[in-house]
Design a protein around this ligand. Structure first.
Ligand code: DOR
Ligand code: ZN
Length: 349
């Protein structure tokens, strides 16, 4: 398909960091511009650990939704060693908590409260499996001896495969996969195991971290991998396999905390995310596969209704700003000061 225009059912973002406080005015507006719903990550400081926390956070997000948009935040809880079976039950009973996120302690931004010992959460996982509450997994080994480029593969072998062996009914989203190993692993599992793929892991590889110098705005976790992994992710995304769906992992950090001697991990893609996915699907002559990946498969996995509105895209370059306001600071988006090859339009009524 090589048309210059494309109309798809409105997409959802199945992995998003909105942050909190003043940042919400920017982050929520950027995502609500295009996406109907988003799975909102709970790694605030302190994390979203209870249904009551999620309810209050959801109210703050809803306050920040621009009047012209209808956007629905889908909340998650942060799995800690102490998450009780009763809290899992409450999450399931709530209308608005849709999943529980597993960060291995120390794996990434604000993960210090994550799981230190997987066995301590077995009772919670067992109840999640019974109730069908999805477990969203940041899949990286936290063993500092393991090479950073191998952490996803080691996690699959040492944690994820045994976990699924123990809880075969557990519904799992392997988040932001970055390797061929992860794509193959997910493909081989039953339908209750799926994965999200970010725009940056489709568009870039580890060379991009070092083009002409060190590039802090390409630093994210899991870190960009070598080209052969990028290629495997592209193949998974454009395959039409419903196990693979859109999750941006858009994760804003202030300009100063990225351009820093110890820069934070995270790439801010929300302002241009759908445009970037269109660009990559177009590049691989797979625009006909974009709607399934962006708008259908995630909703089906989460057992939520598919959206009914549509969004329209045109193959026309648009400029990306150098930065946006983020509370009292600035955030630099992916493709800052450059262009994206596609533009999104509102539904014309
Ligand atoms: O790069 C990342 N940034 N990876 C994560 O897992 C977390 C995220 C963040 O919250 O900044
Ligand atoms: Zn994330």
């Amino acid at each position: 398909m090589s048309s210059d225009t494309l109309s798809i059912i409105q997409p959802d973002d199945w992995h998003l960091h909105l942050r909190d406080g003043d940042a919400l005015a920017t982050t929520v507006a950027h995502s609500a511009r295009v996406f109907a719903r988003a799975i909102v990550m709970p790694n605030l400081k302190p994390p979203v650990m209870t249904v009551a926390d999620a309810c209050a956070y959801r109210d703050r997000i809803v306050e920040a939704i621009p009047a012209a948009c209808n956007f629905q935040p889908l909340m998650t809880l942060y799995l800690t060693d102490k998450l009780s079976v009763d809290e899992v039950q409450r999450a399931h009973a709530s209308e608005f908590v849709h999943a529980i996120k597993y960060y291995p302690a120390g794996a990434t931004t604000n993960s210090e409260n994550g799981v230190t010992n997987i066995e301590s959460v077995y009772p919670a996982l067992e109840r999640m499996a019974e109730l069908g509450v999805p477990l969203l997994i940041h899949g990286e080994s936290t063993d500092p001896e393991i090479d950073i480029f191998d952490r996803e593969k080691v996690f699959i072998d040492s944690v994820l495969a045994p976990l699924l062996g123990r809880f075969p009914a557990l519904r799992v989203v392997f988040e932001h996969i970055t390797t061929r190993d992860a794509a193959q692993f997910v493909e081989q599992q039953q339908a209750s195991v799926a994965a999200t793929i970010t725009p940056h892991h489709l568009l870039y590889n580890r060379n991009d971290l070092f083009v002409g110098g060190i590039r802090p705005h390409f630093y994210c976790l899991p870190i960009l991998k070598r080209n052969l992994h990028q290629q495997a992710l592209i193949e998974a995304a454009i395959s039409g396999n419903p196990k693979f769906f859109l999750g941006t992992d858009s994760a804003p950090h202030s300009k100063v905390s990225k351009e820093n001697a110890c820069g934070c991990a995270g790439i801010y893609s929300a302002p241009v995310a759908l445009e970037l996915y269109a660009e990559i699907f177009d590049q691989w002559d797979a625009l006909d596969k974009l709607e399934g990946f962006a708008s259908l498969f995630g909703a089906d996995f989460y057992q939520l209704p598919r959206n009914t509105r549509r969004v329209h895209l045109t193959r026309r370059k648009s400029n990306v700003a150098a930065h946006f306001k983020l509370g009292n600071e600035l955030v630099v988006p992916i493709r800052a000061n450059e262009t994206v090859a596609w533009s999104v339009h509102e539904e014309s009524q």
